[in-house]
Design a protein around this ligand. Structure first.
Ligand code: NAP
Length: 347
């Protein structure tokens, strides 16, 4: 059994920890907290050991904490960093590298420039094998992971027949449980979004992918609007949908009116954290016009990267093959069953 520490207990850290606790091959050493707030009690009530930075010990004197993050890291095989974007890099330099520890970083970090946490941005669909034997790997962000689940199968099926992908990311403002984050009534434009460059680290730096992004006042998932331009007449919508029939983490829905319908259904069905852990092609919106296919899919911002972290962790800790990791992840996340339920409900 391998020991894993999760540094950070926000939207991503809390989800990763919940699934790791169901994994018989993993012992969760504990989680790292930085603010003495309600989430400390929440973590304790879930049976987790809570560790805090050495210099903040005094701030947590009213809580039953288990020790310092620094000491917890001495007692684990791998750390999953779930810090706010940018802090993963400082953690790497100050904590993980000095302790010669394997680490997974999240999508708010970068793989280029001075502050790169790794030279690999992981997407299980695209580059699983490259992560075997690595010590530091970054998991792509939710949008980057979602785009990979669409782009890779399209490329495999149509190859050079596709000449261009144009994607508009309509990004959610905050996560459901981030109640402290105020939602502002505006549509915010994102200059130079990182998502296209991130995808190109595995899709190819010269790939004809053009991404722009806006942020809208919702907590209910991201929506990607993608135009796929073909050399000649574009395939029919049904040809596109067929490609995704057996894809891991992709569902095809016909009757969801909006992203909240999908999230609400996940809640009704008791899916963990009301996450689907997937992207959802809104098939009723697919159109084929001349040389272009238009598609829209929503991206479960919080859930989609959790099974990815789980697969990456297995590759780094155990050197498992893609198929071995995939099967074990499936036994914990039950993605096939969730896919079937979602597709039946929104048929
Ligand atoms: N939210 C999403 O939908 C989403 C999706 C994909 C990827 N990501 C990426 O995942 C990462 C975490 O995002 P999040 O949404 O989970 O953030 P979050 O909800 O704001 O949680 C961040 C957590 O990190 C803790 N923290 C603060 N300083 C830290 C440090 N120096 N080292 C380690 N942990 C620290 C915070 O502790 P305290 O609360 O105790 O201060 C909090 O528990 C980011 O890189 C983000 O881009 C987020």
């Amino acid at each position: 059994m391998k020991k894993v520490f999760v540094n950070g207990y926000g939207s991503i850290g809390s989800r990763i920890t919940a699934f790791l606790k169901d994994d018989p091959q993993i012992q969760v050493v504990g989680i790292g907290k930085y603010s003495p707030d309600d989430k400390v009690e929440l973590a304790l009530s879930r049976g987790l050991n809570v560790f805090v930075p050495e210099k903040k010990l005094d701030d947590f004197k009213d809580f039953e904490i288990s020790g310092t993050i620094e000491s917890a890291l001495d007692n684990c095989d791998l750390v999953i960093d779930a810090a706010p974007g940018g802090h993963g890099y400082s953690n790497k330099k100050n904590l993980y590298e000095p302790k010669n520890l394997m680490a997974i970083y999240q999508g708010g970090e970068t793989t280029v420039g001075d502050k790169a946490v790794s030279d690999l941005l992981f997407n299980s669909r695209a580059n699983y094998d490259q992560s075997i034997g690595k010590k530091h790997v970054m998991q792509g962000s939710c949008n980057v992971t979602g785009m990979g689940r669409i782009l890779e199968p399209l490329r495999e099926n149509f190859g050079k027949k596709i000449i261009r992908f144009d994607v508009t990311l309509v990004r959610r403002w905050a996560d459901i449980e981030q109640t402290e984050k105020k939602i502002t009534d505006t549509i915010e434009m994102t200059e130079k979004p990182h998502h296209g460059d991130d995808v190109k680290t595995y899709f190819g730096k010269d790939s004809p992918l053009f991404v722009r992004a806006i942020k809208v006042p919702t907590r209910q998932m991201h929506l990607h609007i993608m135009d796929i331009r073909f050399q000649e007449t574009a395939p029919k919508p049904s040809d596109i949908h067929d490609i995704f029939a057996n894809e891991f983490g992709v569902v095809t829905l016909w009757t969801a009116k909006g992203t909240k319908d999908v999230r609400d259904y996940a809640g009704t069905m008791g899916f963990n954290f009301t996450d689907t852990n997937m992207i959802h092609i809104h098939a009723n919106m697919t159109a084929s016009i001349g040389d272009t296919v238009q598609i829209m899919y929503s991206d479960d911002q919080t859930g989609i990267v959790i099974p990815e972290n789980h697969m990456l962790m297995q590759s780094m800790l155990f050197g498992k093959s893609y198929q071995e990791s995939f099967s074990h992840t499936e036994s914990i996340f039950h993605m096939k069953e969730k896919k079937q339920k979602l597709e039946e409900h929104f048929s």
